[in-house]
Design a protein around this ligand. Structure first.
Ligand SMILES: Cc1cc2nc3c(=O)[nH]c(=O)nc-3n(C[C@H](O)[C@H](O)[C@H](O)COP(=O)(O)O)c2cc1C
Length: 153
């Protein structure tokens, strides 16, 4: 069973609700899940657990304000996270065109810069396609966690 931190970025609560649903369901699968609503860099650096970023996209492909302190400190301090496993669930809306799910790209690039290792591609959840992002995220994250456990083994 895995230990996992879920760092949340959310403006209107959709990504937070998704993270909470994941927490509930994965905990009943036997995993140890910590959801962090207002992440700071310490939430990354103070554990070795795999980390899942669960964020929406705002502005023009930007990160929600509550995830910005984490992101800015990560970019400025560059704490090396060599081999640290991470994944990304990103909410967006395809009608935004080029900036669709841009927040996922920003956070992935910042984590690559500190040598963290991404497991799988980002899961991009399109608000035009579903009003229940948590239902899309859960089966994906279950498979993602199985891959994480393989990488950890
Ligand atoms: C002001 C505003 C700007 C947005 N900008 C983008 C964007 O640039 N790219 C994108 O893919 N989605 C964008 N979205 C869509 C949101 O990411 C999407 O609705 C998401 O489900 C909201 O999740 P949240 O409730 O966790 O904030 C935007 C939504 C709003 C209201």
């Amino acid at each position: 069973m895995a230990r996992l931190s879920i760092l949340v970025g959310s403006v209107y609560g959709g990504a937070l609700m998704t993270a909470r649903h994941l927490e509930q369901q994965l905990a009943s699968d036997g995993h140890q899940i910590t959801v962090v609503e207002d992440p700071t860099l310490a939430d990354l650096t103070q554990t070795d657990d795999p980390v899942l970023i669960c964020t929406s996209t705002t502005g023009q492909g930007e990160l929600p304000p509550n995830l910005l302190p984490f992101y800015i400190d990560l970019r400025e301090q560059l704490p090396m996270q060599t081999g640290r496993l991470f994944g990304v669930v990103v909410l967006g809306d395809n009608s935004y065109g080029d900036t669709f799910c841009g927040a996922g790209d920003l956070v992935s690039e910042a984590l690559y810069e500190v040598a963290a290792r991404k497991v799988g591609d980002s899961l991009r959840i399109d608000a035009l396609e579903t009003t229940e992002p948590e239902q899309v995220a859960l089966p994906w994250v279950r498979e993602w966690l199985a891959c994480v456990e393989t990488h950890e083994g």
